[in-house]
Design a protein around this ligand. Structure first.
Ligand SMILES: Cc1cc2nc3c(=O)[nH]c(=O)nc-3n(C[C@H](O)[C@H](O)[C@H](O)COP(=O)(O)OP(=O)(O)OC[C@H]3O[C@@H](n4cnc5c(N)ncnc54)[C@H](O)[C@@H]3O)c2cc1C
Length: 407
């Protein structure tokens, strides 16, 4: 009987899956990357200059310095810097329901910036660039995983919708929040509905953002203006407006002019009027955490393992740290001739990531509840607490370093 087709099959070519493929590309492991959409490996060198709000990907990520280091080590950062990413050097956070505010400045932690805002399309594109030319990687796309066969000893068989099958001692689910692999493999999850939807759009504002990310906590949910590069003297931001579902539906139903007017007012016109906006997209927000990330021959990374509220922009940052830990364990195992599917190898990955992910998820849940609270004593405490943290020096620096992924 012949052995498995590959050493590792990665299901999902989003940011997490593409990063894992990149991290394993020179390992000598035979790797297959299966993605439902048609993958573009042509790189991001030729991204046309944006001429208006519709040219930006409405999905962006605030990428921490820790994730930047990983992207550098994967050889994706240089292309990103040459495209259109925007560093942010400060962050203004304030409570709509009082006077509480915190201003974070990169200089307070001796850093040049707090992170970068990067369009998701560019992030995935930079990670996928040239992958099809790597001899150790087989790209299978567009192709969707339909089923799994776990009955064979030492290997997992992945069945695709077109009826073909491929096998490997390790299959990694990087197939996002609604992971089919997680479901087929019987991983349990703990999940709860935040009762929020996130509305995203790109806007052009009257005044420049000056490399500041703005976040205003409204009683119905947080509103973020994330800085994008200025182009031809026009000032752009990416918006993530998380709101209770009823409020999100109202915002989605407004005509463009009424929406821009509400949006400008919701930020207290800190960037003046909102002059233009791209079509709005809405995402229901659910917190989800797999109780285990691994089983023999199987592992979950990124949103397949955990999804959290976007209010602190940590989702894919956690996903990239999963990738760093899993690839490290797989490379160590390969170096001593071990199989990538060994449960001891996979458990080491799980031990390295689960605690940290849980802490971040608990913190996001706490923030969401704290800022959604309408009772007067809690609002008073919240505002007092924000003032105190803003002036607290070491505690504030510790919070900043934690959010940046540096210790
Ligand atoms: C509004 C909003 C704002 C956010 N802002 C931030 C932020 O600022 N910073 C941050 O760190 N995070 C942020 N996040 C979270 C971040 O977007 C996610 O964590 C990240 O996109 C997850 O990447 P992933 O690769 O794990 O999954 P995905 O991006 O979902 O990729 C999964 C891939 O798997 C493929 N796939 C699915 N099913 C199959 C199948 N059966 N067969 C084959 N392929 C399949 C899909 O086509 C897809 O390409 C935000 C999220 C939201 C909703």
């Amino acid at each position: 009987m012949s052995g498995p087709d590959y050493d590792v099959i990665v299901v999902g070519g989003g940011i997490a899956g593409a990063a894992l493929a990149r991290a394993l590309e020179d390992s000598g492991l035979r790797l297959a990357l299966v993605e439902a959409r048609a993958l573009d490996t042509g790189g991001i060198d030729h991204v046309p200059t944006a001429t208006g709000v519709g040219d930006f990907d409405p999905r962006v990520s605030a990428i921490t310095p820790a994730s930047q280091r990983l992207l550098e080590s994967l050889g994706a950062w240089e292309a990103l810097v040459a495209s259109r990413i925007c560093p942010y050097r400060s962050m203004a956070v304030w409570d709509a329901d009082g006077t509480g505010h915190i201003d974070f400045q990169a200089a307070e932690v001796d850093a040049p910036h707090l992170g970068h805002i990067i369009e998701n399309r560019l992030l995935a594109g930079a990670l996928l660039a040239g992958l099809d030319r790597q001899s150790g990687i087989t790209l299978i796309s567009p192709a969707r995983v339909a089923d799994l066969d776990l009955a064979r000893e030492g290997e997992v068989v992945v069945e695709l919708e077109d009826g073909s099958a491929l096998s490997a001692p390790l299959v990694v689910g990087a197939d996002g929040a609604l992971s089919r692999l997680r479901e087929l493999a019987g991983f349990l999850t703990r999940e709860w509905d935040y009762g929020h939807s996130a509305l995203v759009t790109t806007v052009c504002t009257e005044r420049p953002h000056e490399a500041c990310a703005y976040q205003r906590f409204l009683a119905t949910g947080p509103l973020a203006f994330l800085p994008l590069p200025d182009i031809d003297g026009r000032h752009y931001c990416s918006i993530v407006w998380s709101a209770e579902t009823g409020r999100a539906e109202q915002l989605l139903a407004l005509d463009d002019e009424a929406f821009r007017s509400e949006l400008g007012a919701a930020l207290e016109h800190r960037l003046g009027e909102v002059l233009d906006s791209s079509p709005r997209l809405s995402f229901p927000l659910r917190q989800r955490h797999a109780t285990d990330y691994v089983k023999p021959g199987l592992a979950l990374v990124g949103d397949a393992a955990h999804t959290i509220h976007p209010l602190a922009g940590q989702g894919i940052n956690l996903g990239l740290q999963d990738v760093a830990a899993l690839s490290d364990e797989l490379l160590t195992a390969a170096g001593r001739g071990g199989s990538p599917g060994e449960i001891d190898v996979l458990l080491r990955y799980q031990r390295r990531r689960k605690g940290e992910n849980l802490v971040m998820m608990a913190a996001m849940d706490g923030f969401k509840r704290l800022f959604g609270e309408r009772r007067l004593p809690v609002r008073w405490l919240r505002n007092t607490g924000m003032h105190w943290v803003d002036r607290s020096g070491p505690l504030k620096q510790q919070l900043m370093r934690h959010a940046m992924g540096v210790r």
